[in-house]
Design a protein around this ligand. Structure first.
Ligand code: ADP
Ligand code: MG
Length: 275
């Protein structure tokens, strides 16, 4: 049946928060790129009909042949939908606008929350030799986000350092709990990463304080600063790590990648050699 923990396959992370504009896509692209820089092979699955992750990596809607829509609704295998990017070691499964109708189309499908789960475990995915799969979720707690949570080992939550930041979290946690009760009992919370932090701003400091006192170790030590290079990079179709390698944004995502890697050492390349 459904092998939730996989058997030594890639570590699968859903990057989720039902609020829009909190840094999900920015985190998905740049955490993926930073993990690749550290030697990992990473697949980014764009599960947002808006397709910002796809565009941000240089795939405009007309460049996209097979998409996550085909993956979920037409049983196109991942090995056919995934494309290589200019960032060697980084693969992308692009999304398309028709993904926005997936919720409605899937209402009568019995396996509807397991579609992404099953697609990511299709046997030929092994040939990609992936260490990580990051799923960029849409800004909702829709069936698409539930698919991501059912498919994942853990959820990584970007939290924008702004007023009311923590309010939306309880709804997200409720959804995680529901998924645990049903389809994916092993689902963990990878961590919460504070984004668009302005260290000099009292509000940012307050949000950090509140997040750390409420969520404790779930909050990553690394915080992503507000950095204009991060917002410019997508229009150059690049992760910030290649657009401006020395920027504060690049440094922050490298630090976040190291925190993630410390929890999940690279299985295929380093771990076997160094143990
Ligand atoms: P989401 O995917 O959650 O909707 P995005 O990652 O698309 O959020 O970010 C929303 C907007 O904020 C985008 O224009 C993005 O470029 C910008 N942005 C994200 N993170 C930062 C940051 N740390 N500093 C500056 N701008 C950022
Ligand atoms: Mg997004």
């Amino acid at each position: 049946m459904h092998d939730m923990m996989g058997t030594g396959g890639p570590h699968i992370l859903a990057i989720a928060n039902q609020k829009g504009g909190v840094g999900k896509t920015t985190t998905a692209i740049n955490l993926a790129a930073a993990l690749v820089e550290l030697g990992a092979r990473v697949l980014l699955v764009d599960l947002d009909p808006q397709g910002n992750a796809s565009t941000g990596l240089g795939f405009s809607p007309t460049d996209r042949k097979k998409t996550t829509y085909d993956l979920l609704l037409d049983e196109v295998p991942l090995v056919e939908a995934a494309v290589t990017t200019e960032f060697s070691g980084l693969f992308l499964c692009p999304s398309s606008a028709d993904l926005s109708s997936a919720d409605i189309q899937l209402v009568s499908n019995e396996k509807r929350s397991f579609l992404l789960h099953d697609a990511l475990r299709e046997p030929r995915v092994e040939t990609l030799d992936l260490d990580f799969i990051l799923i960029d979720c849409p800004p909702s707690l829709s069936l698409l986000t539930v698919n991501a949570m059912v498919a994942s080992h853990a959820v990584l939550v970007p939290l924008q350092a702004e007023f009311f930041a923590l309010e939306g979290l309880s709804q997200l946690m409720l959804t995680i709990r529901e998924v645990r009760r049903g389809a994916n009992p092993g689902l963990r919370i990878e961590g919460v990463v504070l984004t668009m932090v302005d260290g000099r701003n009292r509000l940012s400091q307050q949000v950090e304080h509140d997040a750390r006192s409420t969520l404790g170790d779930l909050v990553f030590k690394t915080m992503i600063p507000r950095n204009v290079r991060l917002s410019e990079a997508p229009s150059y179709a690049q992760p910030v790590l290649s657009y401006d390698s020395a920027s504060k944004g690049s440094e922050a995502y490298r630090a976040l990648a190291i925190e993630v890697l410390l929890r999940h050492p690279l299985r295929s390349r380093f771990s076997e050699e160094t143990v």
